[in-house]
Design a binder for this molecule. Structure first.
Ligand code: AHM
Ligand code: MG
Length: 279
């Protein structure tokens, strides 16, 4: 696993170099799910594909930017699912964005997740790597990722980060979000899931949600390369997750590699409150 993670670090480092002087324009094409692609979405995807293809442990790659799974080496044991550039709609405003990686053994299933990694390209380059515990690393001046600390969620947080078009929220979500604000929670939402969840993890608590809405009844965020890896990290750090009905996002199963799900990530208090409000 360490070898595989070292290839991910190389790809993240290269994306971070390219982000210093990026081309922020759009391609004319769209990806298969209908998202308009930035040139940088495609560049990040190519960097990750090229770097990870050299890792002998990787069987296949699943990317947000590719319709099909890409087979690399049928004999190898791990499948890496990744979002090359999460929050790319914020490239133009120079907010923090990131890359997300989920490492599955044998086949892509939440129960086969062995590790998850994400990067944050902000004022600093940070990496969270999680097998059994969630560890925060920072890039130093020698281009090395240096361990800073283990990340742990507290029982309860103070921030509320909620996505989806509000006019399309249903009443139970409106009431639940209002109840958190009435209790004193403060709004924090950038529009890059990776940065918004990173904030909750670093502050030790709070809620990130992207609910089912009238225009997106199955949510917006993608299970295999956005929701599962971040749920794995939050739960290993002592937090909780749910789709609004169950006790963990990691209980969910999907066949389509681009499936989406409503999702909630938080500390114990907020997820228990969610389940009471929703069920
Ligand atoms: P992306 O991977 O194409 O950037 O899309 C995912 C992003 C998430 O990072 C973020 O939470 C969400 O889409 C924001 O969506 P919205 O603009 O509807 O709030
Ligand atoms: Mg994304």
């Amino acid at each position: 696993m360490q070898e595989l993670i070292s290839f991910i670090k190389q790809a993240v480092l290269q994306i971070s170099y390219e982000l210093k002087f990026p081309d922020t324009s759009y391609e004319k094409s769209q990806n298969h799910t209908g998202d308009t692609q930035l040139k940088f979405d495609i560049l990040s995807d190519k960097i990750i594909e090229k770097t990870l293809s050299q890792c002998p442990k990787i069987k296949a790659l699943i990317s947000e930017e590719k319709e099909e799974m890409l087979l690399i080496n049928d004999e190898a044991e791990f499948i890496v699912a990744y979002d090359p550039l999460d929050g790319s709609s914020l490239m133009d405003v120079n907010f923090a964005i990131g890359s997300i990686f989920a490492i599955y053994e044998k086949s892509p299933k939440a129960s086969n997740l062995k590790a998850a990694v994400y990067s944050v390209y902000g004022p600093r380059i940070e990496l969270v790597v999680c097998e059994d515990v969630a560890c925060l690393y920072r890039l130093n001046q020698k281009d090395e990722f240096v361990l800073i600390k283990e990340l742990k969620m507290l029982e309860k947080g103070k921030i509320n980060s909620t996505g989806g078009t509000q006019k399309n929220w249903d009443k139970k979500h409106i009431d639940f979000i209002k109840a958190l604000f009435d209790e004193g929670y403060r709004l924090r939402y950038s529009g890059a899931m990776v940065s918004d969840v990173h904030q909750i993890l670093l502050k030790g608590g709070g809620l990130f949600s992207y609910p089912a809405t009238k225009d997106a009844p199955k949510g917006k965020l993608r299970a295999f390369f956005e929701v599962f890896p971040l749920a794995f990290i939050i739960e290993k750090a002592g937090g909780k997750t749910s789709n609004g009905e169950n006790f963990s996002l990691l209980e969910l199963e999907f066949n389509d590699i681009h499936s989406t799900t409503p999702c909630f990530f938080g500390s114990n208090y907020e997820i228990e409150k969610l389940l009471k409000a929703y069920t």
